[in-house]
Each structure stands twice: as structure tokens, then as C-alpha cells.
Design a binder for this molecule. Structure first.
Ligand SMILES: NC(=O)c1ccc[n+]([C@@H]2O[C@H](COP(=O)([O-])OP(=O)(O)OC[C@H]3O[C@@H](n4cnc5c(N)ncnc54)[C@H](OP(=O)(O)O)[C@@H]3O)[C@@H](O)[C@H]2O)c1
Length: 238
């Protein structure tokens, strides 16, 4: 039986992905801060899930809890990091930036470094992290969110290169959603908003196909191309 850990499985894309993994025969270790939601998900199929309360901003406990989850699963083939945070704010406020950086940069780095290290020891594995199309270009609507997602995209590229350099058979997968109908989709005039189920389904299929970068939904790949191609003088006027 294959084993997966999903960090950020209490709601949204992570929750739906955990369900898809279980329906495809995985035993899944789920994590997040809201214990009642972890317990509720486990109750859906008690033998298929185990859980740990994990706050990725806690520098020490997160590593202990991840090790405990992996021990309980007796291995790990796949780790998915879905935890993330971000706010819309055009007023620059250090408190908001710090909260975003703590989760999306420091918390992200703790979890993916742990997974890379464990997969290296195990000799194989797939490491998936959910970044964002918002990481492709800075945005005045949410300066730290876009910047932290850019960090994640670059960090995953670095891990992919490191794995290749060390000849490790690890798969490092960067999933870039556009807009998904969860608490993270904020603001007015949202378009092409996918359901969390559809996003998780495409994410799972992307993992199966062995893609290094997966856009969710697929049409966001075209937005990504436009975002990258827009000259700065046009982009700055948006
Ligand atoms: N929805 C979108 O439109 C969209 C677009 C692009 C990218 N994304 C990315 O997709 C990922 C999943 O978000 P979502 O849309 O599914 O929203 P969501 O339902 O709000 O899920 C966010 C998850 O992150 C977890 N989390 C937040 N802070 C955490 C912390 N300190 N420690 C551990 N877990 C933490 C939450 O669990 P607890 O609160 O229980 O800890 C929750 O399970 C995020 O990385 C987000 O940036 C979303």
C-alpha cells in the first residue's frame, strides 16, 4: 500500500486531495492546525487516515510531528504541502507580511527540507508543493503573498536541480493553481474559479503523469504565459 502525507489537509485543495488519495488506495497521514477537522476526516475512513496537529510555523514541533506521522504510516511515497496563507492589502503592514512569510517561506522550507531529506534516505519519493500563478509576477494587491510564492517556485527548482545533481530518483512537483473556491480566493471580479474537488483531481492526475509543473486548472497555463510576457511598462499600469 502506498503512503502519503498531506500537510494542510483540513480544508480546500489539501482536504480534497487527501480524499482522492484514499480512494486510490493510499494510506494518508493528514496534518494542519484544526484538530476537529482532522478528526472529522479520519472518521470518514478510520483505517485509511492517521493525523497529527501541525503548525508549520512552529520551528521544532513540526519536524517531530512529521517524523511521528511517517513512523505511524511506516514509510512515505508522497508528501504534499498544501498549507499556505495570504491577505489582500495595498497598505504595507509588517504584521501581515510577517505572518505570510512565517507560513509560506519558513514553514514551507521546514516541511520541504524535511521531506527531501527523508526521501533521500528512503531512496525515492515524490515531493509536491502547492505554489501559485501569483508567484510569477509581483502584485500590489498582495505583495508578500506573490513574493513568498515566487520563493517557493524557485526553491522547488533548486531542489529539482539538487536531486538531479545527486542522482536521486526524487520527483519534485510544483502545482500552480489559478483561482480555487476556498478561503484563499479573495477579492472581487474573480474568474475561472475551480471547485477544490476539480483542482485536487487535476493535481492528482498531474502527479500521476510525472509533470514537474502542474497548472490547476489547465487553462491557467495561458494566463501564466501572458503574465510572463507582458512588458513591465504595461504590467505596472494594471
Ligand atoms: N484558493 C486559491 O485560489 C489558491 C490559488 C493559488 C494557490 N493557492 C494555494 O493553495 C494552497 C491551499 O490553499 P486552499 O486554497 O486549499 O485554501 P485553504 O482551504 O484555506 O487551505 C489552506 C490550508 O493551509 C493550512 N495552514 C495554514 N496555515 C498553516 C500553518 N501555520 N500550519 C499548518 N497548516 C496551515 C490550513 O490548515 P489549518 O488552518 O487547519 O492549519 C488549510 O488546511 C495554499 O498554499 C494556497 O496558497 C490557492
Amino acid at each position: 500500500m502506498k503512503k502519503a502525507i498531506v500537510v494542510g489537509a483540513t480544508s480546500g485543495i489539501g482536504l480534497e486531495l487527501a480524499r482522492i488519495l484514499v480512494s486510490n488506495g493510499y494510506r494518508v497521514g493528514i496534518a494542519g492546525r484544526r484538530e476537529e477537522r482532522l478528526r472529522a476526516l479520519q472518521l470518514e475512513q478510520p483505517e485509511a487516515y492517521c493525523y497529527r496537529v501541525i503548525d508549520v510555523t512552529d520551528p521544532f514541533d513540526v519536524l517531530l510531528q512529521l517524523d511521528a506521522l511517517m513512523d505511524e504510516l511506516q514509510g512515505m511515497d508522497l508528501l504534499v504541502l498544501s498549507s499556505g496563507t495570504g491577505d489582500l492589502h495595498e497598505v504595507l503592514e509588517l504584521g501581515i507580511e510577517q505572518r505570510t512569510i512565517d507560513t509560506n517561506v519558513l514553514g514551507f522550507t521546514r516541511v520541504v527540507d524535511w521531506a527531501f531529506d527523508r526521501f533521500q534516505t528512503l531512496g525515492a519519493g515524490s515531493l509536491v508543493a502547492i505554489t501559485s500563478v501569483a508567484g510569477l509576477r509581483g502584485s500590489r494587491h498582495s505583495p508578500s503573498y506573490g513574493a513568498t510564492k515566487a520563493y517557493q517556485i524557485h526553491y522547488l527548482q533548486a531542489l529539482r536541480q539538487l536531486a538531479a545533481h545527486r542522482k536521486l530518483p526524487l520527483r519534485i512537483i510544483d502545482v500552480r493553481p489559478g483561482l480555487v473556491d476556498t478561503a484563499m480566493a479573495k477579492g472581487d471580479g474573480l474568474f475561472w474559479v475551480a471547485s477544490p474537488q476539480k483542482a485536487a483531481d487535476q493535481l492528482y492526475k498531474g502527479i500521476q503523469k510525472g509533470r514537474a509543473v502542474v497548472y490547476v486548472t489547465k487553462r491557467w497555463r495561458y494566463v501564466a504565459c501572458v503574465l510572463r510576457a507582458l512588458p513591465a511598462w504595461v504590467y505596472h499600469r494594471l
